[in-house]
Design a protein around this ligand. Structure first.
Ligand SMILES: [Zn+2]
Length: 288
């Protein structure tokens, strides 16, 4: 799933290539992806792209005051195309194409979604805050206003929750998902199951530094990359996430995982849990 750094890089791609161009047409290939009808998506036609921004994991294309807002969900992506076909896409079928935006120089971009669980969402709104998922967002961890004091307040407020869940909750902190929460906790040398309230002020500082350094580094690595190279770059930068069974790059211990109904987390026992593996309910059930 694209998280803060990848969405920030995609916003960069749009700022560089789409701003200043006129939208000539928007093709909706997967009608279920479009979550709004007023203003209609056709109203973007003829308007100039004036900006691109990120709100949490939402991508926001500013088209002269109208906003095309996209949430890529788990398997969605944006593909920049230097030359788009002019024929409209065939509706239905097995194509991963959800939406196509044509610009006046023949270029544009496709929003695609792999797999059968279609969750990619597109909104056309006059104000990004009209998108419920954006209205609910907590503070952005790359914003200057996100200080160690702000983080301390968040942890106190969610004291009984586990760090992994607090970091991933978009209404608490915006933009961090399953992958970067694993990476942040590894860098901070903290168990994903540690209660938020158990951190002393040194611990809060350690977690704060890990959040900032992981995200800033990932954004730096992603900047300037073509959209097609972002996924590989994200994968190459990960130390524990999606690396079950591989050695931890810091200490050499084997990266382990805990599985849930529809996701899993990865961690290093030596770096994060005092060498003790965490209970994996699914695994222990299988072993019975
Ligand atoms: Zn380790």
């Amino acid at each position: 799933m694209p998280e803060l750094p990848e969405v920030e890089a995609l916003a960069d791609v749009l700022r560089e290539r789409a701003v200043g161009r006129v939208v000539t047409r928007v093709d909706v290939a997967a009608i279920s992806a479009l979550k709004t009808y007023d203003p209609p998506v056709t109203s973007l036609g003829g308007l100039t792209v004036t900006g691109a921004a990120r709100h949490g994991k939402f991508l926001d294309l500013d088209v002269d005051g109208l906003h095309l807002v996209v949430h890529l969900a788990r398997a969605g992506w944006l593909q920049w195309r230097a030359q788009l076909p002019s024929a409209p896409p065939k509706p239905g079928g097995k194509s991963p194409l959800a939406l196509r935006v044509h610009l006046d120089d023949g270029a544009g971009f496709d929003l695609t979604e792999a797999g059968t669980r279609k969750k990619l969402s597109v909104y056309v709104v006059r104000d990004p805050a009209e998108v419920p998922g954006i209205a609910r967002l907590g503070p952005d961890p790359l914003d200057e206003a996100f200080t160690p004091q702000v983080l301390a307040g968040i942890l106190a407020e969610h004291g009984r929750e586990q760090l992994k869940g607090v970091l991933r909750d978009q209404s608490v902190i915006a933009g961090i998902g399953n992958a970067y929460s694993d990476e942040i906790l590894h860098t901070a040398r903290m168990s994903p199951f540690k209660p938020a309230s158990s951190l002393d002020s040194a611990g809060v500082g350690q977690l704060y530094d890990a959040i900032r350094s992981e995200l800033v580094d990932a954004v730096e690595r992603s900047r300037g990359l073509a959209a097609g190279d972002l996924k590989a770059e994200k994968k190459a930068g990960l130390q524990v996430h999606a690396r079950t069974g591989l050695p931890c790059p810091v200490c050499g211990d084997t990266v382990r995982e805990v599985s849930f109904a529809d996701s899993s987390l990865q961690y290093c026992p030596t770096c994060q849990t005092g060498g003790k593996p965490l209970a994996d309910r699914r695994l222990s059930r299988l072993l019975k």
